[in-house]
Design a protein around this ligand. Structure first.
Ligand code: NAI
Ligand code: 15L
Length: 273
């Protein structure tokens, strides 16, 4: 994979969620950004650690374990947690307690930079006809979106109170290719994600910046003018997949996947009934 080379690298960067779909990719592509990548997940790590990697298994819900996990780390790329709509208690432990534990550990260990995997589901209840910037009022589309909203507020608080800087990336849909018509707008290639994480790690004075994680797709719903200081210019576009995606049957016009930015997430659950 062709990634940009950063002008600098940290000694040790922690990547949470390293056994997940994006984590497996980022293990490779974040390599130039750190001399040592500390990989963590609650799930088994495969493949095993390479020479530039070290594995520290951890449940994000365990505050003491997260504190130990962050020892000796210069920056955190926080991608671990529940990544879809699930019952509240699951989301509470992994994402809400988890992100709090990460920031508390960052505070205790003097870690000054975090890249947080937020999600488009913090604004999922907007219609696809609307265009948003980072100042748009959040409209989470479920417990998962609420947890990412909490994560963004936690990042903001830890910057204001303790000077810990964060870039919260509201990732659209980061997969090898867009899987449906909605993702023609929300798709973020792995190459663009990697570049955006690099910018998020090394751009000075980001405070708490919110950026939408999307490639240079033809029809987009988000405007990144408030994150222009990152200098992120996506290189890829979903357009090359248009024929393949549009060969799928179109959803009904009133189907949530065709109406809301969050797509099917707006109708997932409830799980309590
Ligand atoms: P994934 O579900 O494949 O990976 C998440 C990883 O977090 C898994 O390996 C899982 O074992 C780990 N995890 C879950 N609970 C944990 C806990 N209590 N303690 C420690 N680790 C735990 O998800 P994916 O697609 O790789 O996403 C990575 C991050 O990016 C997630 O935070 C997700 O919410 C976010 N994101 C991803 C998008 C995408 O399109 N892939 C879109 C928007 C946000
Ligand atoms: C997300 O936040 C999820 O983690 C990912 O699995 C996709 O569903 C993505 O959003 C999306 O909205 O396509």
């Amino acid at each position: 994979m062709n990634t940009s080379t950063p002008a600098q690298a940290f000694d040790r960067v922690l990547l949470t969620g390293a056994a997940g779909g994006l984590g497996k990719v980022l293990r490779e592509t974040l390599r130039p950004y750190a001399k040592v990548l500390r990989l963590s997940d609650i799930s088994p790590m495969a493949p095993a650690a390479g020479t530039h990697e070290e594995v520290v298994p951890c449940d994000l819900a365990d505050k003491a374990a997260v504190n130990t996990l962050c020892e000796g780390v210069d920056a955190i790329v926080h991608f671990g947690g529940i990544s879809v709509e699930r019952p509240f208690e699951e989301v509470l432990d992994a994402n809400i307690r988890g992100v709090f534990h990460i920031y508390e550990a960052a505070r205790r260990h003097g870690i000054k930079r975090v890249v947080f995997a937020s999600s488009n589901h913090v604004i999922g209840f907007y219609k696809q006809s609307e265009t948003l910037d980072a100042n748009a009022r959040r409209r989470p589309d479920g417990y998962y979106g609420l947890s990412k909203s909490f994560g963004e507020d936690t990042a903001s608080f830890y910057y204001d109170r303790y000077g810990i800087e964060t870039v919260s990336i509201r990732i659209g849909s980061s997969f090898p290719e867009p899987q449906n018509r909605r993702m023609m707008s929300t798709w973020l290639s792995y190459r663009d994600l990697t570049e955006l994480i690099g910018r998020s790690l090394f751009t000075p004075n980001v405070g708490h910046t919110i950026v939408y994680g999307m490639s240079a797709n033809r029809d987009v719903w988000w405007n990144n003018h408030l994150a222009a200081h990152l200098g992120f210019v996506p290189q890829d576009s979903s357009e090359v997949f248009r024929d393949k995606v549009e060969a799928q049957p179109a959803p009904a016009a009133d189907d949530p996947v065709a109406v809301y930015q969050g797509g099917a997430f707006v109708a997932a659950g409830p799980f309590e009934d």
